[in-house]
Design a protein around this ligand. Structure first.
Ligand SMILES: [Zn+2]
Length: 300
């Protein structure tokens, strides 16, 4: 496992707004040896007091335009520190904690947290080198509410529990989707979109998986959870169980609870950290790289 990216290293690399702005410029336009507008070669110079650079011909370049930093009165150093905290902690950061660390209003902290989760979402998706393949575990989990798993699978539960479908490649990436039900119309298209045909899939005995996965070209095996069978050889869903318990513990400890409406963002946030678990030192850089790819999303 790569070394940690320490707070000291972070602060040495991004000591002020100028350093942050330059990093954003480089993410968007490479080394900026030429003006992205008119193409004239030569270093861009910073326009003092504005989040802008100028070329020799007088073009103005606004690196933050169209990114999550656009129109934000929050200093870039605060945004970057929030990004650092998001990647440096195992369970994420609550709005309350961001508020305390950055000295901003709760509303502002909440917005920053959600904007960063949007970056993590895009990263989680882009990071898959193609669909999951090899040996993939597939299972759903239920978050919130009180009904049992069997009750929900049979009768549904529109009001209290949210359902998340998880797919994880053994020793590889995780993809999680909030779904409306555990019916085949909800589960199977997600599996087909995220798991390469021909892969091995391990799941539990849920009928939808047993009936449809083999005929779609997956090599399907299952354990019978209802009969107390959790492992048979290498057939199990223990990697997913581990992810779910971390996600649930994380949400409980950091956010107390999460509304259904926002659950997908938290799933993506945890997926981002899980999928980058082998390169903790690289996680910040990868999140920063997302800045140039993600269109600005308006505050909610
Ligand atoms: Zn120019």
């Amino acid at each position: 496992m790569a070394d940690k990216y320490t707070r000291k290293q972070f602060q040495a690399q991004y000591p002020d707004d100028a350093a942050c702005l330059l990093a954003i410029l480089e993410r968007r336009y490479g080394n900026a040896e030429a003006c992205p507008k008119c193409g004239i070669v030569g270093k861009l110079t910073r326009i003092e007091g504005r989040r802008a650079f100028a070329c020799k011909e007088g073009c103005h370049i606004y690196p933050c335009a169209g990114t999550i930093f656009d129109h934000s009165p929050t200093p870039l150093t605060d945004w970057f520190y929030a990004m650092y905290l998001m990647t440096a902690t195992r369970n994420g950061v609550s709005a309350k904690e961001l508020q305390r660390q950055l000295g901003v209003t709760y509303k502002c902290a909440w917005r920053i947290g959600h904007q960063l989760r949007i970056l993590m979402n895009a990263r989680a998706k882009a990071q898959q080198d193609g669909p999951l393949s090899g040996h993939v575990e597939v299972d759903e989990t239920f978050i919130g509410g009180r009904k049992s798993r069997t009750q929900i699978r049979r009768h549904g539960d529109k009001h209290s529990k949210a359902i998340v479908l998880g797919m994880v490649e053994r020793c590889g990436n995780f993809v999680g989707k909030v779904v409306k039900s555990t019916g085949k119309m909800r589960l199977i298209p997600e599996v087909m979109e995220n798991v390469a045909i021909g892969s091995r899939i391990s799941s539990d005995e849920w009928n939808v998986y047993k009936r449809f996965l083999p005929s779609l070209g997956y090599k399907h095996s299952y354990v019978t959870h209802s009969a107390g069978e959790y492992v048979r050889g290498d057939v199990h869903t223990n990697t997913l169980e581990g992810f779910w318990s971390h996600l649930k513990r994380g949400i409980r400890s950091t956010h107390v609870s999460v509304s259904k409406q926002h659950l997908q963002k938290y799933v993506d946030e945890f997926a981002f950290r899980f999928n980058n678990r082998d390169q903790p030192a690289d996680m910040f850089r990868r999140l920063l790289a997302q800045v140039s790819k993600v269109p600005h999303v308006a505050a909610e």
